[in-house]
Design a protein around this ligand. Structure first.
Ligand code: C5P
Length: 235
């Protein structure tokens, strides 16, 4: 079960990130580097962690024109990460071209192709958040449509709230299509800015392939104990 947990390294420095990694040694092997740590420490640190054998999910949610995202995807592949993501609202051409160019590059250079995921609707968004930006369908319907589109474009999976695990699994026919869910809150942690949350146990029982957890572990005085509590809850 612990292999299903991806710990979000949402900290500002390399030293803090290494401290978190060390404090969870032997339990967690998959870590997510997002906008905060990437902006502070850059790609050398990502390469360093990936080459040390850790599974790194680079969560930069690329959202730009097809050529720019495809070329950025190639640079990510060179870092040796396990997964990275693009924003599905960037559109079909952007997703397809990124998959094609990254796959071609990895074959040419004999690199392992990172898994490419699509961000659907942020777990901090509600139906009202979508309405405010002009999307009339509710969050579940939007996630379903974006997941179907991502699969058609060749993505390996989506990032979605735990409330949409079932709808994605039911509607996407592609085999081994991954659902990765942030918005996870163990029973002992507050929801904070996350709106559509669920416990780790609920999310995994609904079929989440991986769960991303940040603050409930990072803000605990002892991250290892927090993870052990989460594993107990899951079992
Ligand atoms: O601290 P918390 O457990 O809420 O962290 C969740 C992590 O997952 C954060 O790094 C956040 O950026 C990320 N994320 C998310 N919702 C998405 C995609 C990524 O919360 N749809």
């Amino acid at each position: 079960m612990r292999e299903k947990i991806i710990l979000a390294l949402d900290v500002p420095t390399k030293e803090q990130a290494i401290e978190v990694i060390k404090s969870t040694e032997g339990i967690i092997t998959a870590f997510k580097i997002g906008l905060q740590l990437f902006t502070a420490m850059g790609s050398d640190f990502v390469r360093e962690l990936a080459s040390s054998g850790l599974k790194i999910f680079l969560d930069l949610k690329f959202h730009d024109i097809p050529n720019t995202v495809a070329k950025a995807g190639i640079e990510v592949a060179k870092l040796g990460v396990w997964m990275f993501n693009v924003h599905t609202l960037g559109g079909a051409e952007m997703m397809k071209r990124t998959v094609e160019e990254v796959t071609e590059f990895c074959e040419l250079k004999n690199l392992k192709k990172p898994k490419i995921l699509g961000v659907t609707v942020l777990t901090s968004s509600s139906d009202e958040t979508l309405r405010q930006v002009g999307i009339k369908a509710d969050a579940s319907e939007t996630v379903k449509n974006l997941a179907i589109l991502s699969a058609r474009c060749g993505l390996d999976g989506v990032v979605a709230s735990p409330h949409e695990i079932e709808i994605v699994k039911r509607n996407v026919e592609k085999e081994d299509f991954l659902v990765i869910t942030p918005g996870i809150r163990p029973s002992f942690a507050p929801a904070e800015d996350q709106k559509r949350v669920m416990t780790p146990k609920e999310a995994l029982s609904l079929g989440a392939d991986y769960i991303v957890i940040g603050r409930p572990i990072l803000q605990s005085s002892n991250p290892k104990v927090a993870i052990e509590k989460i594993l107990l809850e899951i079992q």
